[in-house]
Design a protein around this ligand. Structure first.
Ligand SMILES: CC(=O)N[C@H]1[C@@H](OP(=O)(O)OP(=O)(O)OC[C@H]2O[C@@H](n3ccc(=O)[nH]c3=O)[C@H](O)[C@@H]2O)O[C@H](CO)[C@@H](O)[C@@H]1O
Length: 356
């Protein structure tokens, strides 16, 4: 019997790849063939190309900029080229279904899916839909949302709330391995600092400026982002990484508190693992404000505390971390009332039912 084939797309930042990484092993176990369309140089290429049994195809992509640039004039042509390349790949590989996690690389793939009548499912993990997904929704059969509140921004007939899709392996981390990997003793509570998949210069600076004081209370694991390490700050109890893959589960298991950006995938992972979080959402000057609403929703449900980026100083950070310690047990109680465990299965069933 001919094996079914699924084509994934999504990229730009890890937030647009991670859900695909959670789904790929499930479809592999089911015996499906897997293709992935991403960009030539995006993080999706690094994360997906190393997976066994997944064929990665790179296409030309535009970039959905929110500012004026000469490059904006070239983008429609890049999207057109990407659409033609995607059409060729789809014609050759003949997927039964396409799953898109958004990001600008997904736009040409979604247009191609419509042109060639391959059913496509979109996933939106932020509270408000991203620009790429907004463009792609008319080309899709189904739009799945992590936040229940997102449904009000989506077409009723296509939208479905599924919750957060979380990589299974994140639930099997080991604290001792996490501490050993980071070279920490675990004598003081471990604070994980994670400025999103690309790191955050603002959070990095605030942590490093207040490092001596923070190290009196915490041991710190700092995921700073590619090219954002600062070896001159290396000292006992403080460990920096650019980006962590396989060992992330162990780092999470060793974490008592987290200071983070408010990207949807990351905050739902902390929620699922019951880690009290202080969130510093990316501001309106650098984004459409999706993290601000993600964070607000978490604060309202008492899963998180929020510190606005423009209020972030070493002093406010130290104060807020004190509050995080105090309110941590309440947050954990609130988080224990949630259950994200069946989201992955739900999404898999929807994709299977949508496929040709
Ligand atoms: C600057 C930007 O555009 N940010 C967006 C991007 O964030 P970003 O790419 O940071 O996305 P998320 O925080 O949602 O997800 C990051 C993912 O990367 C993983 N991870 C991170 C660091 C690491 O070392 N190893 C690792 O595996 C996290 O565990 C998480 O699963 O997508 C999110 C989801 O659409 C949006 O909410 C953010 O606004």
């Amino acid at each position: 019997m001919k094996r079914k084939r699924i084509l994934f797309t999504g990229g730009g930042t890890a937030g647009h790849v991670i859900v695909n990484l959670a789904l790929i092993p499930v479809f592999q176990e089911k015996g499906w063939e897997i293709d992935y369309i991403g960009s030539k140089n995006g993080i999706e290429k690094d994360l997906v190309q190393q997976l066994e049994g997944v064929t990665y195809h790179a296409v030309s992509t535009g970039k959905l900029r929110r500012y004026m640039s000469k490059e904006n004039l070239k983008d429609p042509f890049k999207v057109l080229k990407g659409t033609m390349q995607s059409c060729n790949i789809i014609r050759k590989r003949k997927p039964s279904v396409i799953f898109s996690k958004g990001g600008f690389v997904s736009v040409p793939v979604m247009i191609a899916s419509k042109l060639l009548r391959v059913p496509a499912v979109i996933h939106e993990s932020d509270y408000t839909p991203g620009l790429a997904n907004k463009i792609a929704i008319p080309f899709s059969r189904k739009v799945l949302a992590t936040f229940e509140e997102t449904l009000r921004y989506l077409p009723e007939k296509k939208a479905e709330y599924v919750g957060a899709v979380i990589r299974k392996e994140l639930f099997s981390g080991e604290k001792a391995k996490g501490l050993a990997f980071a070279g920490l003793e675990g004598k003081r509570p471990v604070l994980l600092v994670m400025g999103g998949s690309g790191g955050s210069e603002k959070i990095n600076s605030a942590i490093r400026e207040g490092l001596d004081r923070l190290l009196e209370t915490y041991e710190i694991i700092h995921i700073c982002g590619k090219g954002k390490m600062a070896p001159e700050f290396d000292c006992p109890g403080y460990r920096q990484f650019e980006y962590v893959q396989d060992e992330l589960k162990d780092i999470f298991a060793a974490t008592d508190y987290v200071l983070s950006r408010a990207g949807s995938n990351a905050i739902f992972e902390f929620l699922a693992l019951r880690i009290p979080m202080l969130l510093v959402p990316l501001g309106l000057n650098a984004s459409r404000g999706d993290q601000i609403v993600n964070a607000k929703s978490f604060a309202e449900k008492r899963y998180a505390r929020v510190l606005d980026e423009d209020q972030l100083t070493t002093e406010t950070l130290a104060e807020e971390l004190e509050q995080l310690k105090e309110y941590g047990p309440i947050m954990v109680d609130q988080m224990r009332q949630t259950n994200a465990s069946d989201s992955l299965q739900k999404v898999v069933s929807i994709i299977e039912n949508t496929s040709k």
